[in-house]
Design a protein around this ligand. Structure first.
Ligand code: PSU
Ligand code: MN
Length: 305
């Protein structure tokens, strides 16, 4: 049934059919996460890194109401330039289809489309989570609910501290979502390799990771996993600087009364503004690092039976 809404590129389709490694990539990071032309350059470099590590990239978005798995370079360029792209999470998908719009997929909706296509590994920068002050605002990202139910492993650089990281971990624990430290005992905090919070399990090799993921899904333990991969040391940012920027961004969000789907883009843009170009370069480098580990995991999964 869903096939009538879905366009999978020839290359990605043939890779999936022959059990070759594929890594899904989101598009909110292109449309709403970075300025043009850095967004397009980064998206294309991420694809190259995945190929260099033996997997096929599948960038995901909604174009003119069609669910697209495996964008062409031209489509990525178009998405990176366009200003009318809707941030598309789970609840937006049907309406973007019906209205024939362009949608940039979040972690949640990228997981949904990857799952429909049969892709099990997805690399990104940061995930959404439980926001600071969620006990009154109820602001909890749909990414977490998706992780609880959709069988896709998400490689990220941990959670950005625009979120309440402690509450995010509690939510994930309640919903049975494993949080794995890739070569680390501590959950990374996006711009920094350390957050002060421990992970459930540390895994040092893609093969071990692949075995755990296989076992989870073989046992029908539904849902995704978070593979938290720390930003490389040389690109880490000053923790105090980031902390101050985030506090100020949250203050401005409260003052402006920004809510709902606008809250995360607002906070991300403010943090970027307050930290200047440094945070953009760190952001790009951590995504590259996640693309590499994503490809290694996809390769290991395709070799695990
Ligand atoms: N966090 C980041 N960078 C991002 C996002 C979150 O550090 O680009 C994006 C992702 O696409 C994520 C989405 O899925 O924001 C979450 O939005 P919300 O909190 O509205 O669910
Ligand atoms: Mn939210």
């Amino acid at each position: 049934m869903f096939e009538k809404y879905l366009d999978i590129s020839e290359e990605v389709k043939s890779a999936i059919e022959s059990n070759r490694p594929v890594v899904a990539l989101e598009s909110t990071i292109i449309s709403h996460g970075m300025p043009y032309p850095k967004n397009v350059e980064t998206a294309l470099s991420v694809e190259r890194i995945i190929r260099d590590h033996g997997a096929i990239p599948a960038t995901i978005a909604i174009l003119n109401g069609r669910l697209k798995v495996g964008l062409s370079a031209d489509e990525i360029e178009m998405l990176g330039k366009a200003s009318d792209v809707v941030k598309a999470s789970r609840r937006d998908i049907p309406f973007i289809i019906a209205k024939g719009l362009n949608g940039a997929t979040t972690v949640a909706s990228t997981m949904i489309l990857a799952d429909l296509a049969g892709i099990r590994v997805f690399a990104t920068g940061g995930i959404g989570g439980v926001h600071r002050g969620a006990e009154t605002s109820f602001d909890i990202s749909a990414d977490l609910i998706e992780l609880a139910q959709t069988n896709v492993a998400v490689i990220c650089a941990g959670a950005k501290s625009i979120l309440d990281i402690g509450l995010t971990l509690e939510y994930l624990e309640t919903h049975g979502v494993p949080v794995i430290g890739y070569q680390t005992d501590e959950l990374p905090a996006f711009y920094n390799s350390k957050s002060g919070f421990h992970v459930d399990y540390r895994v040092d090799h893609p093969t071990e990771l692949a075995q755990a993921i296989r076992a989870k899904w073989d046992l029908n333990l539904k849902g995704g996993l978070i593979v938290a991969n720390p930003i490389p040391k040389e690109y880490e940012m000053d923790a105090h600087l980031i902390d101050e920027a985030i506090k100020e961004a949250v203050r401005q969000q409260m003052a402006a009364g920004v809510k709902g789907k606008e809250s995360t883009p607002f906070l991300l843009a403010k943090v970027k503004e307050l930290t200047g170009g440094d945070s953009l370069e760190s952001n790009i480098q951590l995504v590259y690092n996640n693309a590499k580990v994503g490809a290694q995991l996809a390769v290991a999964l395709s070799q695990t039976k």
